[in-house]
Design a protein around this ligand. Structure first.
Ligand SMILES: Cc1cc2nc3c(=O)[nH]c(=O)nc-3n(C[C@H](O)[C@H](O)[C@H](O)COP(=O)(O)O)c2cc1C
Length: 417
């Protein structure tokens, strides 16, 4: 029989600093996961609204703040409003972003990404991908991609390196390569979206090559003493797709190449497992049994498997909604950091509250109507609307109407995650 969790949990695990292989020390175990802000100006540089939003996150008290996904190729953004970091980026705007985001003492890492085929048509009418496999979702919101040439793939690998070098020069503390949620690196890994039979596909080792080359290029671009993280799917949750066995092979490869923090998530736009709602322990009942706590963060089982396999620092994101659940995950040794996404859209000061009071309430708005497509719009738009409010200098509005969320979603031209 498993022992029940104590009524109140000491915050010692959440508050403990974490030293990474790069030598960096994160001051506690709470991370803001990447949240696409979509607040770039028309040139793809950080706008004043983006800086105002980050003024609210900077003093959050988190150990680590990850930026929303920043695109490494201007022509291939995932959504309208993504920041782009390439040779044309205005360095002074990037440096201003880093300065404002780091003002509260948290480490700030830039998430770098290439959308591949998972780019809404309004952002990229001519998407590229490992193979010309169209998105099977979105009622025509995504254009059919064309297959990348070998030369283009080398160019994208190099672009990841360029973006990482510019992030370091601008003053960010690290970068995180986005290889999860169905974006380009994930597309290369998946047998459903990578149908190539050349140096970049045909079997699992060749499907992994793109990510390995990106890791090598990024490390070469930033040198030592700078943190490089990776966000990876435990699985894509699609029949015949990138599964847990292949994900573990990627983990072994990543460990060989060396990363400072591996963030585990799962799912794609076609099967959005990363956006499940925590079903069990509610904020009012943070003393649930350990099996319930496990369900609260839905990728924890996989993290335990990874932990037994490689000595890489681990972060799990998805579903954490109680301090007790976070403490239990850290105490079990399965993870080193807990990542929170949606709660940061509603309570930008959440880490300070959690560290001060283990009973602190983690926002968990009830948005579901039971209609799948409508709920996807409400979820996407509701959190995006909160980010837009913060960009206007206003606080989040937990009572924001669902109808407003749908409007925000449609006006922004599609999804966000
Ligand atoms: C509005 C919004 C934007 C997101 N943007 C990104 C992103 O740019 N990159 C990323 O890796 N994940 C993104 N995510 C996913 C979160 O990082 C996280 O994995 C997910 O929300 C699950 O964690 P949670 O249950 O704590 O919210 C986004 C999620 C939301 C709600």
């Amino acid at each position: 029989m498993t022992a029940p969790l104590p009524l109140s949990v000491s915050p010692s695990h959440l508050a403990a600093p974490l030293r990474l292989p790069s030598g960096a020390v994160l001051r506690n175990r709470i991370a803001k996961a990447s949240l696409s802000e979509r607040l770039a100006d028309t040139a793809g540089d950080p706008s004043d609204a983006l800086l105002r939003l980050w003024d609210q996150w900077a003093p959050s008290g988190a150990g680590l703040l990850l930026t929303g996904n920043v695109m490494v190729e201007r022509a291939h953004c995932a959504e309208r409003g993504n920041v782009v970091v390439d040779a044309a980026t205005r360095d002074e705007r990037l440096a201003l972003w880093a300065t404002r985001a780091r003002a509260g003492g948290s480490a700030v890492w830039m998430q770098i990404n290439h959308a591949g085929r998972q780019a809404v048509r309004m952002a990229d009418p001519s998407p590229v991908a490992p193979s010309p496999v169209p998105m099977n979702v979105g009622w025509g919101a995504f254009a059919r991609p064309r297959a990348l040439t070998d030369t283009e793939i080398h160019g994208i690998v190099a672009a990841f390196g360029v973006a990482a070098a510019r992030a370091r020069a601008a003053g960010f503390d690290g970068v995180q390569i986005h290889a999860a949620h169905g974006y380009l690196a994930n597309q290369f890994l998946s047998p459903l979206t990578n149908l190539r039979d050349d140096a970049w596909g045909g079997d699992a080792p060749r499907r992994r090559r793109f990510l390995r080359e990106v890791l090598v290029a990024v490390r070469a671009a930033v040198g030592t003493g700078f943190s490089v993280g990776l966000k990876l799917n435990s699985a894509d949750f699609q029949r015949g797709g990138f599964d847990q066995g292949e994900s573990l092979d990627v983990v072994r490869m990543v460990a060989d190449e060396g990363v400072d923090l591996l963030e585990i998530s799962g799912g794609t736009y076609e099967a959005p497992a990363m956006m499940q709602e925590a079903e069990a322990s509610s904020p009012e009942a943070p003393t649930a049994s350990s099996s319930t706590q496990k369900r609260e963060a839905y990728f924890l089982d996989y993290a335990e498997t990874v932990r037994a396999l490689v000595p890489v620092p681990l972060m799990v994101t998805g579903g954490f909604r109680t301090a007790a659940g976070m403490e239990a995950a850290l105490r079990s040794g399965a993870v080193d950091m807990v990542g929170l996404g949606r709660p940061f859209c509603v309570d930008p000061a959440l880490p300070t509250a959690l560290l001060a009071d283990p009973g602190a309430r983690v926002p968990r708005p009830r948005l579901d109507t039971g209609l799948r497509d409508l709920d996807a719009m409400i979820q996407g738009g509701w959190y995006l609307a909160q980010l837009q409010r913060m960009g206007d200098g206003a606080p989040p509005d937990p009572a924001l109407w669902r109808s407003r969320a749908v409007w925000t979603y449609l006006a922004a031209g599609g999804r966000s995650r």
